[in-house]
Design a binder for this molecule. Structure first.
Ligand SMILES: N[C@@H](CCC(=O)N[C@@H](CS)C(=O)NCC(=O)O)C(=O)O
Length: 205
């Protein structure tokens, strides 16, 4: 199997999942230019990572990849458990992080074209996006007041939140008032699969 990744992007989540499966795989770190090249667009016309290639299957979209790997390697317990109900709870958090919170970051990374050159609009869009991210993170923080992780055990949902907290740090978005999040980062970083993927992507140190 081969996973196409951008350093520190949401592809970090299936990267860790592959570590957890113990399967043989190759994580190919690519550039933003490469994912817009004809070679890559032939595999994923959306020009985005993650992209998992397994034989003749080219699969994009985090949730599709993670559910595929979970079915293929049930022993790895990618959703933190093997029971249907516990897995569903972790899958619910994964969907919240992947669909809702991730989307809120988009204007912080890429300003809408209609705001280009308009300082006041740029400021307003960024402020609103930052407020929305922090509001959504407060829901995660609240959960962590009574839980260690978002599933029965560490799961792909935790890794998704982890990598987005890394984006906050890169963007200078202060979440220190959400007191559960820094200890959560330490718990996730203590995991061997997370550590291996951080090293492979050059995110450590
Ligand atoms: N819904 C998609 C989102 C994928 C996505 O937004 N990937 C980003 C990296 S975090 C990307 O490849 N961006 C490049 C671009 O859109 O140009 C998924 O979950 O896989």
């Amino acid at each position: 199997m081969k996973l196409y990744c951008l350093k520190g992007a949401c592809s970090f989540v299936p990267h860790v999942a592959l570590e957890w499966t113990g399967a043989e795989y190759q994580a190919e770190l690519v550039s933003r230019d490469f994912i817009k090249s004809a070679e890559f667009l032939a595999l994923n016309p959306r020009g985005a990572v993650p992209l998992l290639v397994d034989g003749d299957l080219a699969l994009s979209q985090n949730q599709a990849i993670l559910h595929y790997l979970d079915e293929k390697y049930p022993e790895a317990k990618l959703f933190g458990s093997k029971t249907l109900r516990d897995k569903a709870k972790a899958a619910r958090w994964l969907a919240f992080f992947n669909c809702d919170v991730h989307k809120s970051f988009v204007p912080l990374f890429r300003l809408p074209s209609y705001a280009e050159g308009n300082e006041e609009l740029t400021r307003l869009i960024r402020q609103q996006a930052a407020e929305q991210v922090l509001d959504q993170l407060s829901t995660a923080n609240e959960h962590l007041e009574s839980h260690i992780f978002f599933g029965e055990n560490i799961s792909v949902a935790d890794v998704y939140l982890y990598i987005m907290l890394n984006w906050c740090r890169l963007l200078g978005l202060d979440f220190s008032h959400l007191e559960q999040l820094s200890p959560f980062i330490q718990r996730v970083e203590a995991n061997a699969g997370v550590d291996a993927a951080r090293i492979a992507e050059g995110l450590k140190g």
